[in-house]
Design a protein around this ligand. Structure first.
Ligand code: ZN
Length: 123
């Protein structure tokens, strides 16, 4: 258990650092684009770059939430157990994704549902 918490803590730290790095990059970019006079017009490439960074930050924030969730599970002794169907999550999956709280099957089902919801929300 302690081993898992250790891994999750490290993963959380890495993710937080990555988010901080991307945020400061984004701030620098925004300052640069508003700081210049004549060249202040953003190119499509600039905007695309920023959108991409923002999307990445959002993904990492989701991941951070999952890590914290998994940390909580490991403290309560539920780590490695699928929250949806209660079966053990494959060890190989936890190896790659220590913050996983769902088994592969439930994860796939949840993602399908989330995608449907997001598509519906965009319309
Ligand atoms: Zn499951």
């Amino acid at each position: 258990m302690a081993n898992e918490q250790d891994r999750l803590e490290k993963e959380r730290q890495r993710t937080e650092e990555e988010i901080a790095r991307l945020r400061s990059y984004l701030e620098t970019e925004l300052e640069r684009s508003t700081g210049e006079d004549d060249d202040a017009v953003d190119t499509a490439a600039d905007i695309y770059e920023r959108e991409k960074t923002l999307a990445l930050i959002r993904t990492l924030e989701d991941k951070l939430a999952s890590i914290e969730h998994a940390l909580h599970s490991s403290i309560t002794g539920r780590y490695g157990i699928c929250e949806r169907c209660g079966t053990e999550i494959e060890p190989g999956r936890l190896e790659i994704m220590p913050h996983a709280t769902l088994c592969v099957r439930c994860q796939a089902e949840t993602e399908r549902r989330v995608r449907r919801t997001r598509v519906a929300a965009d319309e």
